[in-house]
Write a protein that binds this ligand. Structure first.
Ligand code: AMP
Length: 294
């Protein structure tokens, strides 16, 4: 695997069908599942590692985001990446007044309400990655279900040729959706964090039992999360998978998304629901590499 820092270098290495996996690094099995999928479907898999300042509203959150490129390189290589591009902040954001993308309503609801400008920042950097690398396919995780909707809309609205593929949520053994941020969750906050996946799984059980009153479903979820007052919920919402528009009934392709702050760490989780059938994702059967020492 080649480690490079510019798109020019990526283009000299990339050949045949190119798959791109955009990440912010500090890789875990969620990222590795995307790399593995790309490697199985493409001739060249490019992984980008860039902690995108444009998508952080909060400077302290940006500073606290975990970073370790030396750790990421062998993990990406082992998962099947051919090129890892780690551009500098100056390369990606050359000046404060750079041109940028403004997303539509798909990026203004849910996460967009709680993190104003977040998806504009995501879309600007994704646009730059697509312009510089020109991938055939790009892989995104459905943990960030609204992000999949935003990027899919971006591609459609601006006529990018890249195909967007949404991939299943990968979970730790206790159900917590993998996130690089999980390393910041204190041990005594873990039970509070886990209420998020417990609530989603309970919703899945209810859906499978035929529940179709989404008010009752959401109330049951809130009850589970409320067992730990340290879990401060921003939203729990069912939305249309394509538009991210909140929905009050079950129909077609949807996702159930939630966001909460637990002990100062902001976490999100989501579950796809297609024709009333929930998808809990994939749970690891061993401790995550996130916590591997040395
Ligand atoms: P991030 O580094 O958090 O920006 O994530 C990079 C990509 O990995 C995004 O497409 C995420 O949706 C995806 N991803 C992050 N966590 C998971 C997970 N637990 N399962 C599946 N995909 C994930």
């Amino acid at each position: 695997m080649k480690v490079v820092h510019t798109f020019e270098e990526v283009r000299t290495v990339a050949a045949g069908r190119v798959g791109l996996v955009p990440t912010m690094g500090f890789l875990h099995e969620g990222h590795l599942s995307l790399i593995d999928r790309s490697a199985s479907e493409n001739d060249t898999t490019v992984v980008s590692v860039f902690v995108n300042p444009l998508q952080f509203g909060d400077e302290a959150d940006l500073d606290a985001y975990p970073r370790d490129l030396e750790r990421d390189v062998p993990l990406a290589e082992h998962a099947g990446a051919d090129v890892l591009v780690a551009p500098t902040a100056r390369y990606m954001v050359p000046h404060a007044d750079m041109a940028s993308i403004r997303v539509g309503r798909v990026g203004l609801v849910m996460e967009g309400v709680h993190r104003p400008g977040h998806f504009d920042g995501v879309a600007t950097v994704v646009t730059k990655l697509f312009a510089g690398i020109d991938p055939d396919t790009a892989y995104f995780g459905r943990k960030d279900a609204q992000q999949v909707a935003v990027v899919t809309s971006l591609v459609r609205d601006l006529s990018f040729r890249t195909v967007i593929v949404g991939c299943p949520v990968i979970r730790e053994r206790d159900g917590l959706a993998l996130s690089s941020r999980n390393v910041r969750i204190a041990d005594d906050m873990r039970p509070a964090a886990i209420t998020m996946s417990e609530a989603l799984f309970h919703a899945a059980d209810l859906l499978e039992a035929g529940e179709d009153d989404l008010g009752d479903l959401m109330a049951a979820m809130r009850e589970i999360v409320a067992r730990h007052p340290e879990t401060v919920v921003d939203y729990i919402q069912i939305a249309d998978a394509d538009t991210a528009e909140p929905m009050d009934h079950l129909a077609g392709s949807q996702f159930l998304a939630m966001a909460a702050t637990v002990g100062g760490v902001r976490l999100i989780d989501a579950m796809a629901i297609v024709d009333r059938v929930p998808d809990r994702g994939i749970t690891l059967d061993a401790p995550s590499i996130l916590y591997r020492k040395g």
